[in-house]
Write a protein that binds this ligand. Structure first.
Ligand code: SF4
Ligand code: SF4
Length: 172
């Protein structure tokens, strides 16, 4: 009886895969390496803001730079869900082991808009283009001063300017 079963099993195909000797097909919905689409990315940083593992960081020195570290990523897909520009998606790539740390990060650089008040960062140029487009339909309802402040000042300088305006109105 056992001999017969053993013989049957010998004739059956193996249930296991031969990976890594053969490529493996991952199932639909598999969450692998997050990949940026540079064309679509406006550098808004929403992906970094929602990343629970802090695997994505944004720096704003000469340019707005997004850095994604695969070593820190938990492949949760929150970045993909947060990006309304389809600029980051989880691929099926899972072979990420490397001895070269520089291979474990990916970076995107965006030119930035500089604040006319303090020289700091307002946003990436592409993000400001999107903001301008968004407000173009309602711009007639926004005071000219505020409209200018949105495109030329960083949030801190906008706050300061708004406070100055309120104070001058109250004491004039
Ligand atoms: S959320 Fe999308 S568009 Fe914004 S920085 Fe991330 S990848 Fe780019
Ligand atoms: S998949 Fe999750 S952990 Fe990885 S970069 Fe996106 S949000 Fe962060």
């Amino acid at each position: 009886m056992f001999a017969l079963e053993a013989l049957k099993m010998l004739l059956k195909k193996p249930f296991t895969w031969k990976y890594p000797f053969e490529p493996i097909e991952v199932p639909e919905g598999f969450r692998g390496k997050p990949e940026y689409d540079e064309e679509n990315c406006i550098g808004c940083g929403a992906c970094a803001a929602v990343c629970p593992a802090e695997a994505i960081t944004v720096t704003e020195d000469a340019k707005v730079v997004l850095t994604l570290s695969y070593a820190d990523c938990t492949f949760c897909a929150d970045c993909e869900k947060a990006c309304q520009w389809d600029a980051i998606t989880l691929s099926k790539e899972f072979e990420l082991a490397t001895l070269d740390k520089s291979q474990a990060i990916v970076q995107i650089e965006r030119e930035k808009n500089v604040c006319e008040g303090c020289g700091g960062t307002i946003s990436a140029v592409e993000q400001m283009d999107w903001i301008k487009e968004e407000i173009s339909e309602i711009k007639d309802n926004i005071p000219a001063d505020d409209l200018e402040a949105i495109t030329k000042l960083c949030p801190e300088c906008r706050r300061d300017k708004a406070a100055e305006n309120i104070i001058s109105e109250v004491y004039s």
